[in-house]
Design a protein around this ligand. Sequence first.
Ligand code: 3HC
Length: 692
Amino acid sequence: MKTINDTVKITNTNGIAIVEINAPPVNALGAKVRKGIFEAIHHVLEIEDVKAIVISCQGRTFSVGADINEFGKPRIPPSLPDVLSVIENSEKPIIVAIHGMALGGGLELAMAAHYRIAAHNAHCGLPEVNLGILPGAGGTQRLPRLVGVQKALEFITSGKKISASTALKMGLVDKLVDPNGLLEEAVKYAQGIVANNSPLKKIRELTDKVSSDKNYSEIFDKFRTENARKFRGFLAPEYIIRAIEAAVSLPFDEGMALERNLLDELLAGPQTAALRHVFFAERKSGKIPKTSSDNHVASILKVGVIGAGTMGGGIAMNFLNIGLPVVIMDMSQTALERGRVTIRKNYENSLRRGKITERQIDDRMALLSGTIELSDMADCDLVIEAVFENLEIKKSIFTQLDGIAKPGAILATNTSYLNVDEIAAVTNRPEYVIGLHFFSPANIMRLLEIVKASKTNDLCLATAASLAKRIDKVGVVVGNGWGFVGNRILQARQGEAEKLILEGASPWNVDKVLYDFGFPMGPFQMRDLVGLDVGWNKNDTSSRTVREILNEMGRHGQKTNGGFYDYDDQRTRTPSKIAETVIIDFAKKHNIVRRDISDHEIHDRTLFAMVNEGAKILEEGIAACASDIDTVWVTGYGWPKYLGGPMFWADQIGLKKVVNTLLDLEKRFGDHFKPAALLIKLAEEGGSFATE
Ligand code: 3HC
């Protein structure tokens, strides 16, 4: 055995050298690892006895790519492309053994090798786009040569991981083996190649897949057009397309040079900094500070969900998906049956998209039981209440639940606004009461606000955080204040949007400005989608707001084919004359003078209101740090990822400028724009939310 450095060592097994990378936790290809591989390959090439080389990784995964911490810092040689060039040009066959994940530069390394073997349960991906960059070590040049242009475009711009079996079908890996015998199989495979004197398969030399697309330049424009909405404002996908165009039109080395230039341009721009912030913010938000209980977590073996509606059903699916039995409760068998049918339908949709198998649906549905008796929650370790937003009803449920649930069971409410302390106070175990605010559709949306009420204990918090990770959610711990983090900021934006339409802007103007900013939809489109009647009480409505009037007219949004917009049966939207008249009449009745409102004013009023509210949330300790607010808004509310979140965005503008804008808005539109004390303090100190 030879140790190159503390991240790379070599062992020699009957003529096959194993170059093993060991850089926990994820074998990122930092400077030391790159140097280690570079030297290891050179070293074994010199050993006559070595006939082939296997590259593998220790620990839980193969390499997940470049070390993100090195981005934005001076490059330390050897570069990854230089290391990969040594691998590809090796005269001895190099086989890569993939377990866990081969991502980014890790997969690029695998593609530079001559053969790839993967464990059955491994995954591959080029997720660079999620960091606002492109694969910069030949990924954009080698992948199209291996799998064709269309697949490469989809794979690299989506950044999604694929399973090893899909990778095998695509031709990305050569063989799948049992994870337990991966290294032995890779060595055997290498011996076979040596014995058969098999040729060195170099992807750079493949031409058939790209030459067929050489005279078909429309493929790129078609892809751009089809994805225009999805990619708008986001630079990396366009750069990826250009790099793949080069794979088709240029010789390999020229394509590589272009890929590097495009990568450098992206690295110098602001979007990748924002996306790196998002990456690290997400990881930080999932961590509960170590406490006296030392992050001990309760074991959750059975989950109860109260309410079989859309929300309750979606919540239940998260736990069924990880193999936990779920008992779901509602008032009637009919409601339970409806909930069950919806869950099955959702799974069948996933089946149609090839995401799960029939067998998995059966297994998951078998874990689901229904009841109309609250007493059936007695053996659950976690009970989540997901009935509609009415404090009295929730209190009544928690009073009963407290008498039924076993000692130590965690009682959670899915409230989006209400005071969790008031709910906890009706129980004799407030330290076991927590808010778990899922977002709709709860089986899909990744955000989970974990609401720490004043008595919630550390065990509950740590359990919720660990559970969030298990069900693949981004858990963010938030304090117990009205609307927590997400909805409180949403309300600040919505409040301003509603003022704007009374003062003269149209809902479609407001929506367009926020859509152009990068949100998937504007506030009025969102209202229509969610339903104007959510939070509206038909027994307590008296035309006090435009929304009340629209609801009173039966215009509840998309579901009734009309809200702020009119909808046809295909849900195509057109601005509604009726809604416009309601708005104009309402303004007149309340003596609001209407005027022309510029896009610039809409932009500033809606977005700076959000930043100011975020600063107040921080000040009050409802969020532990600014990056948690960013995580909430990026993962749960569609803030464009490449702008990093509202607080990161404010930092980029500069807090002095933010304060000045708010002061100006305060002068023109009222006290609610008064800058938060924290903002003023940070601006005066020359500080930022990032360093606060
Ligand atoms: N560089 C540096 N650190 C990384 C890293 C990377 N590429 N990927 C993960 N880590 C760190 C995380 O920050 C975390 O550190 P912490 O414990 O100190 O917070 C630790 O590894 C574990 O990561 P997660 O908590 O995210 O663990 P999960 O198991 O949930 O997820 C993962 C693992 C899917 C690998 C996820 O971390 C991930 O998506 N990582 C990013 C992968 C990526 O984007 N690769 C491409 C890099 S760019 C590139 O390769 C450029 C090339 O083309 C030249």
